[in-house]
Design a protein around this ligand. Structure first.
Ligand SMILES: [Zn+2]
Ligand SMILES: [Zn+2]
Length: 175
């Protein structure tokens, strides 16, 4: 029987911040490529690769500014295992949804790490390039394709219905 839980780990560039996705959180709800302009700025790159994972612990993480209230003890879900004290956050209030998105990054090396939305307090968006095992990462969705850089083609292996002009929920505007 399968009580064995899978675990994924990751870190920022300098290695001060380490995190873990355990149990059900290690299997993303979905992996996505985001071409939105905010992610572009956040990363300084053409697009974001993100794993949307259930978080399951410390729902108030980073929405609360008191580090002592962060949880490290979880054996399921998402946890920051090292370096929470150097994690910085930026509240991005110019999002497509109009809801502020909390984006976080390493205060030492600047790596973009996690994003949190009040629309779904049970999930974390992990910048997937920070996963220790990115080799096996495969996108299932593509979003904000209206802002896809001209030199970037359709991401391979994604069905048409999983390719979104804007955010995952929104339908393309027709006029
Ligand atoms: Zn770092
Ligand atoms: Zn984005």
């Amino acid at each position: 029987m399968s009580t064995e839980t899978s675990t994924k780990t990751g870190s920022c560039l300098c290695g001060k911040i380490k995190y873990r996705l355990e149990g059900h959180a290690a299997t993303p709800i979905y992996n996505t490529v985001c071409h939105c302009l905010n992610c572009r700025k956040w990363l300084g790159s053409a697009f974001l690769t993100a794993s949307i994972c259930s978080k399951n612990v410390s729902q108030a993480i980073l929405l609360n500014t008191n580090p002592s209230q962060y949880s490290h003890k979880a054996t399921q879900g998402f946890s920051i295992t090292e370096g929470e004290d150097v994690l910085r956050r930026y509240v991005d209030d110019k999002t497509g949804s109009g809801k502020p998105l909390t984006r976080t990054f390493c205060g030492t090396c600047g790596s973009s790490l996690f994003a949190f939305t009040p629309l779904r307090e049970d999930i974390v968006s992990v910048a997937a390039g920070t996963l220790d095992d990115f080799e096996s990462w495969e996108p299932a969705r593509e979003q904000w394709c209206i802002h896809r850089a001209d030199f970037v083609e359709n991401v391979r292996g994604i069905s048409e219905e999983s390719r979104h002009a804007m955010n995952v929920q929104a339908k393309p505007a027709k006029d």
